[in-house]
Design a protein around this ligand. Structure first.
Ligand code: SF4
Length: 384
């Protein structure tokens, strides 16, 4: 399929609150289960190895009015929490047989238990991801947590997760992450050939389809991109930080690019490229996944690692991508992102990297003020 058509088609599917592509998969696989997972990261390999379809949730976007969820949460909560619950209350999550949450923040933790109470027939689980990777117990702790998850999925799906099925799933997801890394490398090298919103759509599409199909989509797209002409624009190179969980409106990403920025790296949908290197395939696969979470994960505001400060990770990202500046794109009321903003800002000021903070919500339609802010920021750098 032509690249432009692929982008158009997936833009539509990502905005579809009815999960039509997931429903179609379920209809083609009678009896098979679908397990959704709330961002940021979930061990999709385990769900795949159980013969189920892992689906990454990304909130309700800008097409959902909140009618019921407000009554279950206070006002100062990010929009993805409310829209995810609203989707459940309005029957948009009917296709799911279970939903996984993890320890990314207090709001996500609360959402898990609010969902449990409101949907008692839905399998809702909370994964405790370790917060202290320096501890020698972290890997064993997470491996036991993953074994508990495996038992639950075996109970729901009635199919054993074998060592071979998990190793096969790890190999498929390793390949998936390699392809995403290639896409990002191409964008950093030739941002005029692949726009950030296009690569965003391609990567996020993987949240809604089997990994085998996503691998094929990425392979075909990379092949076509290698032939795609592109006219360089007069833009500054920018790294986006802070959009790791709730996702900004697609129109906002497009606007930032149109206002004079090449987005040469970002943390959009970061769970899909969570590991810096392949998860070992030959070893005990449960241990390998746990060990990779502890020792081979990207830096993130929801993963604490005292051995590798996150602000050093951002500084390294800026250096590797030869960025001129950092754009903090942070969801309104996102505590982990705002806590880290202070630390990131300090580091950037220390190394002399300019930065701009923009706040977003899922339901945002007017961008005039944002456009002016970005254009002013770009001009201040160009004419410096
Ligand atoms: S956007 Fe931030 S505050 Fe909201 S659920 Fe995600 S990590 Fe938590």
């Amino acid at each position: 399929m032509e690249l432009e058509r692929t982008f158009d088609q997936w833009q539509e599917r990502l905005a579809d609150l009815g999960f039509a592509s997931v429903q179609a998969w379920k209809a083609q696989h009678p009896g098979a289960r679908v397990i959704g997972y709330f961002p940021v990261y979930a061990p999709a390999e385990i769900i795949h190895a159980a013969g189920m379809l892992p689906v990454g949730l990304s909130g309700g976007g800008d097409r959902l009015d909140i009618q019921h969820a407000d009554a279950r949460f206070g006002s100062f909560i990010c929009s993805i929490i409310k829209t995810t619950l609203e989707m459940g209350l309005r029957d948009h999550l009917k296709v799911f047989d279970g939903i996984l949450f993890s320890s990314i923040c207090d709001s996500a933790r609360n959402l898990c238990f609010v969902m449990k109470r409101n949907f008692p027939d839905l399998y809702t689980d909370f994964l405790h991801l370790p917060h202290n990777p320096s501890s020698t117990a972290s890997v064993d702790f997470l491996a036991s947590e993953y074994r508990r998850l495996i038992q639950e999925l075996e109970r729901i799906g009635g199919r054993a997760v074998t060592e071979t099925s998990l190793q096969n799933a790890i190999a498929l997801y390793n390949h998936n992450r390699q392809l995403i890394r290639s896409l990002y490398a191409l964008r950093a090298q030739k941002p005029h050939v692949l726009r950030a919103w296009e690569s965003y759509v391609l990567v996020r599409a993987g949240n809604l389809m089997p990994v085998e199909e996503h691998n094929a989509l990425l392979e075909e797209s990379l092949e076509q991109l290698a032939q795609r002409p592109g006219k360089p624009r007069d833009s500054i190179r920018v790294v986006v930080e802070g959009a790791f969980c709730e996702q900004p409106p697609l129109d906002l990403i497009k606007l930032v690019e149109d206002a004079g920025c090449y987005l040469v790296d970002d943390d959009f949908v970061i769970g899909r490229s969570w590991f810096t290197d392949d998860v070992p395939v030959d070893a005990d696969p449960v241990h390998a996944l746990a060990e990779s979470y502890v020792n081979r994960a990207v830096y993130s505001s929801v993963r604490h690692d005292f051995r590798a400060p996150r602000w050093e990770g951002l500084a390294e990202k800026v250096k590797q991508s030869r960025a001129d500046a950092v754009l903090f794109l942070i969801a309104k009321f996102c505590e982990p992102a705002y806590f880290d903003y202070v630390l990131f800002k300090k580091k950037l000021e220390e190394i002399g990297v300019p930065h701009l903070l923009l706040e977003f919500e899922e339901k945002q339609f007017t961008f005039d003020r944002v456009r002016t802010e970005v254009e002013t920021f770009v001009e201040s750098l160009v004419f410096d």
